[in-house]
Design a protein around this ligand. Structure first.
Ligand SMILES: Cc1cc2nc3c(=O)[nH]c(=O)nc-3n(C[C@H](O)[C@H](O)[C@H](O)COP(=O)(O)O)c2cc1C
Length: 200
């Protein structure tokens, strides 16, 4: 299938926070006046935690969000790290932590339903409260790629495999080219060239 047409879809960038877990997503969408949906990979710890606790909050990233936030929440797992420990956090009305600095808003949600899509679960959630956190410009997915030079990890629904290059096994970053320099360091997670995998 030619997937080129899908690249023209637009998205924002968000953190989905639940109890003891949180991850970056681009798939959060408002679908009715008080409902949102989000697609979360079943291998992400946040998926299990949402299923368990039946609630989450979402924060909307701004263009000023530190890339450290995206590295932590988009490229590591809450299963073995406390992702919140190095950031200023607040707690919402449902007892869920969130990062407040350089976020545009907070959206608190309760799970109403879910749909199984093999690799991902679509959570359908009722919005129970929202709060404005700043008036900074929101970060679009396009801005994340073009201005922040961000990459998309394998578990994101929009991930696409490159044909020629080397992939970082830690964060999924792809170096495009025939030869990977020996002293190359992954620009996202700092992994050395020696562990990059050639894309066949
Ligand atoms: C820009 C960007 C967009 C992403 N979008 C999604 C998404 O929509 N759904 C998803 O399941 N994972 C998405 N991810 C990947 C998760 O954030 C990532 O797998 C994370 O490490 C999961 O953490 P957890 O195991 O603590 O839940 C995205 C990552 C980035 C950087």
């Amino acid at each position: 299938m030619n997937k080129e047409g899908l690249r023209k879809l637009t998205y924002g960038v968000y953190i989905i926070n639940t109890i003891n877990s949180g991850c970056i997503v681009n798939t959060l969408t408002q679908v009715t006046s008080d409902r949102v949906i989000v697609a979360i990979n079943k291998e992400n710890y946040t998926n299990q935690m949402i299923k368990k606790h039946k609630k989450f909050n979402a924060t909307v990233l701004t263009q000023n969000t530190d890339m450290k936030v995206i590295q932590t929440f988009g490229f590591t797992s809450s299963k073995d790290t406390d992702k919140y420990e190095n950031f200023n956090t607040e707690i919402d009305n449902s007892g869920i932590k969130y990062i407040k600095d350089h976020m545009a808003s907070l959206i608190e949600c309760e799970i109403e339903n879910e749909i199984d899509l093999d690799t991902h679960t679509i959570f359908i959630a009722k919005v129970i409260n929202t709060k404005n956190l700043s008036d900074e410009e929101v970060m679009t997915y396009d801005y994340y790629h073009k201005v922040k030079n961000g990459v998309t990890p394998p578990k994101a629904p929009t991930y696409e495999k490159s044909k020629i290059g080397y992939r970082c096994p830690i964060c999924g970053y792809v170096y495009e080219g025939d030869t990977l320099p020996d002293d190359y360091i992954c620009p996202i997670c700092g992994a050395p060239a020696s562990i990059f995998e050639k894309i066949e």
